[in-house]
Design a protein. Structure first.
Length: 324
């Protein structure tokens, strides 16, 4: 493999790096709203490194959405591009597109010590592991062991499953959300914009004003002791637990769960002390299924970029991924 570039493109930011010697180099972050598409952002990135079009032969982009076909439309931004035109414009020999949470899942194989334990336990080594992360959207991926030290990431669109309801109040919240959204998915609530929607729906349900105008404001108010905002953030954690539990049951993911994405690390202590675990295991006759299931909170800064690098290694080179 010649010089390779990896990218992790979300709804808000695009992160790029050079992948060389099994490591990330020259990481840069670009705001997606400031560029017409990935080609323009990458061209500026290359110029910043005194590189030109054609200097990079291999590119792997982790992108939000299904990656079939030549044309790609990003799920949570206005960016779109053609694979063939991308390669022609940037003089790239090989372009690999991977689902962003498939890359995030592969990034978990490079965590090292960059994680916190949310639920203690010992995962079963041959069973799948769930990777889920609220951010601009809600990403869900799966890691499956396919060799002694080899893990395969399964892409999917698990953030768009129906939001699971487990209490009378949640049913009332769902009804209010349904009045405004054609499909109330897990992502409708479990995302940055979703936290604000949940706050507004909760305030409307209780007949009180909703003065907070951003997800960051809701989180900050909750951590400062605002009882309304704290109750909303608690409900957010509970919904996340319900979605995680559904994934564990569906996939038989007794290897463990990774919480990733940009949101939860902003309220780590609150999350660890929340009703997340109880909601995760609240599955009736299958509640005991979760006994000993470990849950980890990923704190690495660029797991998606590392995962894109691992995907390149798997596609064009050699490399093993080791998970303890």
């Amino acid at each position: 493999m010649k010089l390779a570039l990896v990218g992790d493109i979300g709804g808000t930011n695009a992160r790029f790096a050079i992948w060389e010697d099994d490591q990330l180099h020259s990481i840069r972050v670009f705001a997606t709203a400031e560029y017409a598409g990935p080609e323009q952002a990458i061209e500026l990135y290359l110029q910043d490194l005194d590189l030109q079009r054609g200097d990079v032969s291999h590119v792997c982009l982790a992108v939000a959405g299904p990656v079939d076909g030549d044309e790609f439309q990003f799920t949570n931004s206005n960016w779109q591009f053609s694979r063939s035109k991308f390669c022609e414009h940037l003089k790239v020999e090989h372009l690999l597109l991977v689902n962003d949470f498939a890359a995030m899942a592969l990034g978990m194989t490079r965590l090292g010590e960059d994680y916190l334990t949310v639920c203690h336990g010992i995962g079963k080594p041959q069973r799948p592991r769930v990777v889920i992360g609220p951010g601009t959207g809600l990403g869900v991926g799966t890691l499956v062991k396919t060799g002694d030290n080899h893990w395969t990431a399964l892409p999917g669109e698990g953030g768009h499953v129906n939001l699971p309801v487990g209490s009378a109040r949640e049913a009332l919240l769902w009804t209010r959300l349904m009045a405004e959204h054609e499909h109330v998915s897990a992502e409708t609530v479990l995302s940055g914009a979703g936290l604000l929607r949940l706050y507004q729906a909760s305030c409307a349900l209780d007949g009180i004003d909703a003065p907070l105008k951003s997800p960051a404001a809701v989180t900050a108010a909750a951590l400062d002791g605002d009882t309304v905002a704290a109750a909303v953030l608690e409900q957010f954690c509970v919904f996340l637990g319900r979605v995680v539990g559904n994934n564990v049951l569906t996939l038989g993911a007794l290897g463990g769960v990774y919480i990733a994405g940009g949101m939860v690390p902003r309220f780590t202590e609150f999350f660890i002390n929340s009703g997340f675990r109880q909601a995760m295991v609240d599955k009736g006759v299958m509640s005991d299924y979760f006994d000993g299931l470990p849950v980890w909170l990923a704190t690495a800064e660029y797991p998606g970029l590392n995962g894109a690098g691992v995907a390149l290694q798997q596609a064009f080179g050699e490399g093993e991924q080791v998970l303890e």
